[in-house]
Design a protein around this ligand. Structure first.
Ligand code: NAD
Ligand code: TDX
Length: 328
């Protein structure tokens, strides 16, 4: 198995590479990553003497580079993206470039170089917003609300178009909110944990009643591993942790771990266009591929909190350098 992993220095991608190289001794990985503010090659410093791993710093929009690398592999696992909703509200240029044009560049190169197997990692946010009832599934219509989710939706449509028009062997997965080690401390869970460690409050958008369905990152990566090995070509798989929780309740769970209470919560102005609820019905991947999440939400959260407590050297410089004031 020879993989081109894009965005492998980001949160989910670096956990994926560690998972694959640990599990398969015959797996070779080229990691193509631009090292944006969200990319960190230190995440994979443990692989520096691993002959099955190669890092290439570069942009997925660079046609020449992408064509050169695709010749060396048999499967593309495409994580690279601009991924933070709040940033896409402020300025969306890079979201359109990387998420839409970058995915397009990879698809064209995969087609021209012998129809390489292509797995595209997407999000539940492409489906829009749920009320109190129901869940997203593979049959849900697209209804994205932010420039982030619209650019991811655009990339999903392009991937499907290359299957229908050109028979490119693709699969797509749409996953719910991930959490775990190496998540950039601008996202809600690591921001809340690191703020508390620093003695700051947890910012809650609006009243904190919005709901997300959380999945531990290793469970997402096991699902991707199964899809690239036994997923049906042309199919989409929805992946979720079946762990829905209101943001305010999640903040309180984190505070409880530190034996703190509501005095450490700060209600701030709401995110523009804030989707109320996401939740995923994972029946298809469970039935067809035998996947199930192995981490219980509270145990995964405890593991994550402990990781951020132990790895302050990893997140402290990132927080200081990058997060100034991402206004909503
Ligand atoms: P992340 O922001 O942590 O990492 C993104 C990585 O992509 C970084 O290493 C960055 O340097 C790299 N990158 C960005 N632009 C690039 C470019 N033009 N060329 C090459 N590399 C580039 O993101 P993440 O949270 O790990 O998300 C990975 C993927 O999973 C994304 O496609 C995202 O939409 C999807 N996803 C994320 C979640 C989540 O909760 N984090 C949930 C569902 C789906
Ligand atoms: O400071 C905050 N306060 C707050 O209340 C932040 C950063 C977030 N929130 C809320 C907004 C959301 O309802 O917490 C919830 C989670 O926010 P994020 O961590 O920014 O995630 P979300 O917007 O749900 O998107 C995430 O899941 C789907 C990822 O960032 C996406 O890349 C993925 O596609």
């Amino acid at each position: 198995m020879k993989l081109l992993v894009t965005g492998g220095c980001g949160f989910i991608g670096s956990n994926f590479i560690l998972h694959m190289l640990n599990k398969y001794k015959n797996c070779k990985i080229i990691n193509l990553d631009k090292l944006t503010y969200a990319g960190n090659s230190n995440n994979l410093s443990s692989l520096k003497n691993n002959s099955n791993y190669r890092f290439v710093k570069g942009d997925i929009c660079d046609k020449k580079l992408v064509n050169k690398l695709i010749k060396k592999i048999d499967t593309i696992v495409h994580f690279a993206a601009e991924s933070h909703v709040d940033r896409s509200i402020l300025k969306a240029d890079e979201f359109v470039k990387t998420n839409v044009l970058g995915t397009f560049t990879l698809l064209v190169a995969a087609l021209r170089n012998g129809k390489k197997r292509f797995h595209h990692i997407s999000t539940d946010e492409v489906f829009g917003d749920l009320g109190n009832k129901g869940k997203f599934s593979e049959k849900t219509s697209y209804n994205p609300h932010s420039a982030y989710s619209a650019s991811k939706a655009g990339s999903d449509h392009l991937v499907r178009a290359y299957f229908h028009t050109h028979n490119l062997p693709i699969t797509i997965s749409n996953c719910s909110n991930n959490f775990g080690p190496y998540q950039f401390p601008e996202k809600f869970i690591p921001l809340a944990i690191t703020n508390i460690i620093e003695g700051r409050k947890i910012p809650i958008y609006g009243k904190g009643l919005n709901i997300r369905d959380w999945i531990y990152v290793d469970d997402h990566n096991e699902a991707i591993d199964m899809i690239i090995h036994k997923g049906m070509i042309g199919e989409t798989y929805c992946i979720g942790g079946s762990s829905e929780i209101k943001n305010i309740d999640l903040a309180r769970l984190i505070l409880k771990h530190f034996k703190l209470g509501d005095e450490m919560i700060e209600y701030v102005s709401d995110r523009k266009g804030h989707d109320f609820r996401y939740a995923i019905n994972s029946t298809k991947i469970k039935k067809e591929l035998g996947w199930k999440p192995r981490h219980n939400f509270k145990a995964g959260l405890k593991k994550t909190i402990n990781w951020y407590k132990k790895n302050q050297d990893w997140w402290f410089p990132l927080k200081k350098r990058v997060i100034k004031n991402i206004t909503r």
